[in-house]
Design a protein around this ligand. Structure first.
Ligand SMILES: Cc1ncc(COP(=O)(O)O)c(C=O)c1O
Length: 372
């Protein structure tokens, strides 16, 4: 067992459990700040951990700007006293009014959001005018993932103008998320980023020529974080999320990210030995994200020779030639392949520090609605 994950006394840990290793999270935060050059070039995405205590660790590291995907995450961030919250999601329907309520509740916090369509802008403008507020909006650009956003061309320029000239909203810059750039070789990610930034920079120049401000450009996730961090772009803010907890999906793929350490593990126990070469663990797909393919949703530590053959809601069945060594109640640790949805499956995480269980942190923003 890697000593960084050892826990002196596991007798009070109910399995299956999510474990947060506080010292390792701190290490990842510190490394992210070092790579970014300064905390002001970081805008971590909170969706990975959804946890107040980790937000406070980020604040202590000097990080003042945060990114989120949901209004519950935005509320949790504002309630932690953060200065700036960017909601990287197109808000439509009653969520526009909900945002205005949040802004009224937390006037100290500078909220911003994104849009990629005139109708979305109109909805936000109406909600803000009704509340007597002004909201900063970043234009969401589609740089190749084709999930949201618009290409950095004439229509994008026209929409940016609309943001600038519509009451209740004002332009906050560009949002450039390239979730499709997950090439294993860092050189390939560098080439892809250089290519996508060509039209983005051109658009920015055209916007500025019209006298409109582009105060910030919020870029990327974990795979392209080290790539963007090297660039000298005015207003650059890098928005990785996963690397603060890190996981097997990224850790197993990107050798240039090896300085980051998986800091959130799963704890599981053997509950059955149905056949001589089988162990059944209490680690079903209600405890670990199931967006990776079956059999590849986690990496069990200290058992190199096994195959996950069946996973149900509360059971994980593995085949291993070493099954005879284990008995019901024996413990395993696992690194999840995708930590972000895994966290959202647990109401709280056990917190480990210096090898001891020191408490539990609630995964507060796993709920869709907090109070607003
Ligand atoms: C818009 C946006 N920004 C940033 C991130 C963070 O990316 P990562 O999980 O690779 O750190 C995500 C992840 O889903 C995202 O959707």
């Amino acid at each position: 067992m890697n000593p960084i994950y050892a826990i002196r006394d596991t007798s009070s840990i109910y399995s299956p459990a999510l474990l947060f290793y506080k010292d390792l999270i701190q290490r990842n935060i510190d490394l992210a700040v070092r790579i970014a050059g300064t905390a002001s070039r970081l805008r971590p995405h909170v969706k990975t951990h959804k946890t107040r205590e980790i937000v406070h660790m980020e604040l202590k590291a000097g990080i003042t700007k945060h990114k989120c995907a949901t209004l519950a995450e935005a509320e949790m961030l504002a309630s932690c006293g953060v200065a700036e919250v960017f909601i990287a999601y197109n808000l439509v329907g009653p969520n526009t009014l909900r945002l205005s309520k949040l802004m009224q509740l937390y006037p100290h916090c500078r909220f911003s959001t994104q849009a990629d369509h005139p109708i979305t802008l109109e909805g936000l403008s109406r909600a803000m005018q009704r509340a007597g507020l002004t909201l900063e909006i970043l234009l969401d650009l589609d740089v190749g993932q084709h999930r949201t956003g618009m290409p950095a061309g004439d229509d994008a320029l026209a929409l940016y103008r609309q943001i600038a000239h519509t009451p209740g909203i004002r332009p906050g810059g560009l949002h450039v998320y390239d979730g499709h750039n997950n090439q294993a070789a860092v050189e390939d990610r560098e080439a892809a980023v250089a290519q996508l930034l060509g039209p983005v920079n051109q658009l920015r120049e055209r916007i500025q020529k019209e006298g409109l401000p582009t105060p910030r450009i919020i870029v990327g996730g974990t795979p392209t974080f080290p790539v963007y961090a090297k660039l000298d772009l005015p207003g650059l803010e890098c928005s990785p999320g996963t690397l603060f907890l890190h996981d097997q999906g990224y850790g197993g793929k990107f050798t240039d990210l090896q300085g980051f350490t998986p800091a959130a593990l799963l704890f599981t126990r053997v509950v059955s030995k149905p056949m001589p070469t089988r162990l059944t663990l209490d680690l079903g797909y209600k405890a670990v994200a199931s967006d990776p393919p079956a059999g590849k949703r986690l990496a069990l530590l200290d058992l190199p020779d096994y195959e996950a053959v069946l996973q149900n809601e509360e059971h994980l069945v593995i085949e291993t030639p070493h099954a005879a060594r284990y008995l019901p109640g024996d413990e395993f640790f696992a690194i999840p392949t995708h930590i972000c949805p895994t966290c959202a499956m647990h109401r709280s995480a056990y917190v480990i520090e210096n090898g001891a269980l020191v408490g539990q942190w609630d995964i507060v923003a796993r709920d869709r609605v907090l109070t607003v």
